[in-house]
Design a protein around this ligand. Sequence first.
Ligand code: PEP
Ligand code: MG
Length: 619
Amino acid sequence: MTSPRDVHDSGSGRHAPASDSDADRPAMRRLREGIPASPGIVIAPVRVLRMEVPQVPHGGVIPEERIEAEIDRFRKACDAVREQIRTLQRATREQLGPVEAQIFEPQLVMLEDPELIDGTELNIRENHLTAERAFEWRVLEWEAQWSHTAHPMVLDKLNDLDDVEGRVLRYLMGVPEPELASLVDDQMVIVVARDLTPSVAAQLNPARVLGLATDEGTRTSHSSILARSLHIPCVVSIEGLSETVRDGDELILDGRTGRVIIHPDDDEKAHYRDLDFQMREWEQELLLLAHLEPTTQDGARVDMRANIDLPGEAQGARSHGAQGIGLFRTEFLVVGRSSFPPEEEQYRAYRQVLEAFPDHPVVIRTYDVGGDKFPAFLHMPKEENPFLGWRAIRLCLDEPEFFKAQLRALLRARAHGDLRIMLPMVTQLSEVIETRRLIAETSEELRLAGHSTDPECPVGAMIETPAAALIASELASHVDFFSIGTNDLVQYTLAVDRGSSRLAHLYNPFHPAVVRLIHHVAQVGQERGVEVAVCGELAAHPLGAFLLIGMGIPSISVGPAALAEIKKVIRSIHQKKAAVALDEILSAETSEAVVQILTEHLRADLDLDRFALSLWGAN
Ligand code: PEP
Ligand code: MG
C-alpha cells in the first residue's frame, strides 16, 4: 500500500494553506449554513482532506537536444493519467452507475484539450522547460483565465483541473497516487474539504465516511451527486469551513437543512440525536405511504410527481410513490462539458426516465443553462447579472443548433411514453410561439428522416417570473400546461438572490406578493382548462402544499425525498378547509401572517412537530 503523500491532515495545500496555531484560525462561528445536498444527520469528528499538487522543483531548464524526449515524456504522462481516470470511471460505473461515471468526463476532455496539451508542448519547445514546469505554467495560465469568476460551474472545472494537474505531475515526478480510502479507514469521520473532485469522492469508503461538508459546490456538483448516490449526508457551499475546522473537531452535520455545528455542546448533541431518531422513525412510518393514493380526506386527488436531476433518480422516485416526473432538469447533460452532448446520449437519458414511468407523464425541461450553470462549449459572455441575463429559453432560442438537437432527442424519446416538454424562464409570449415553431420544424425533419414522431407533443411554460405569471391568460392560448417554479418566482418577485445567505431571511415564498401571483396563475389555469402544476420547493413544504391544495392546484412535484411527507399532508387534510383558509391568506398583509394562518389551519389536521418546518421561519 502506498502512503498518502499529498493528501494529509492539515498541511498546506496550494489552495488552502492552513495554519498550525489555534490563534491563527479564522474566528469560528459555530453554527454554519450551506446548501443541503444529501439528507441525514451525523455527529462525528472531522477529517480535513486537502488535495495538494506536488511542488515542482525550481530550475527545470533543459538543453535543446532533450526537447523531443521531454515532449514524449509529457505525452506518456497524459496517456497514463487518462488510463488511470478511465479505470476509476469504470469502477464508478460498476459501483454507482453510468451517470455517476459520467462526471469523470470533463477530466478526460481536458487531457485532450489542445489549449492545455499543445500549450504545454509549446512551453517545452520554446522555453526549454521540463515537462513538469511547462505543464504547471500552462495550468496556471488556464486558472488565471478562469478564476476571475466565482461561478460554481467554473469552480467545478477548476476542481477538475486541480485533479488532472496533480495526477500528471505525480506521474512525471514519480510520486505514487494516494490511497484515499486508507485515510479514513481507522475511524468514522465527517470529511471536510474545499471541494471534492470526482476521483477523490469515488474513492472514499462509505462505511467510514459518515458525512461530507465542502466549502464550495452546488446541489448538482460532483460531490453532491456522489454523496446522494452513496447515501452519505452532505452539505455543500459552507464558506471557508475547511479553513475553520481541524482534524478531530467534533461536528454535527444535518444534510436536510444544510446546517453544520462545530464543537456542539451536550444539549445540541442530545437534540440532534433525538432528531435523528425521530427522523428515522418518521421515515419508517412514511415508507408505508409510498403506494397509497394522494387523496385528501374529502376526496380531492392531487397528482404527485417527482423532480429529478439525473435519469438514474427516476427509479427511486417511482419506488417513493411518484406518479410521474414533474420536472426533469436536463442540465447535467451539458454542465461541465467542453463539447455538445450528442443527440443520441440525450435521447438515451430521456428514454431511461420514460421507461421508469411507462404509464405516467414525464415533464422534461429544456436546458436551463446560464445563471449559475455554464457549459464550457457555449462560450458564455461575462455578465454583470447572469440571473437576469442570457439564460434558459432566451439562450436556447439564440442557439438553434444546440436547442434543436435537444428537441430532436425529446421528440424521438416521446415514442417511449407520455413525454411533455417544459420551457424554463419564460417572460414573453414570443418565446413559446417560436419554440412551438421549432418543435414543428424539428418534428417534420424527423419525419422526413424516417422517424415516427408525434407533432402533438404537449408543451408547457414554467411560471417562474412575475412577467409570466401576469401574462398567464395570454400564455394559456399557446401552452398545454403551466408549471410554477417557485424557487425562481420568489427570487424575481422579491428581488432577492436565491443563493444569498445574507438575504435568506428575505427569501420567503409565503410573501403575499408571491402567494397572489401563484393564485392568479391557478385561477387562470382553472378558467382556461390549462393544467397548473407546482415544481418549486414551496410544494415540498407542508404549509406550501396546504396552500397550493387550497388554491385547487391539481399537480405538485417535489424531490423524491419529500414525496412521502407531502403525501402525508395531502392524505391528512380537507381540500375544502384549505380553500377556506385561502380566503384569509389572500388578504394577509405580511409573510408572517400568511405562515401563521396556514399553521393554525394545518395544525387542526396534522401533528406538525414531526415535519421539517425550519425553512422560511415557519416553526
Ligand atoms: C424553480 O425555479 O422553482 C425550479 C423548479 O427550477 P430550478 O430550481 O431548477 O431553477
Ligand atoms: Mg427555476
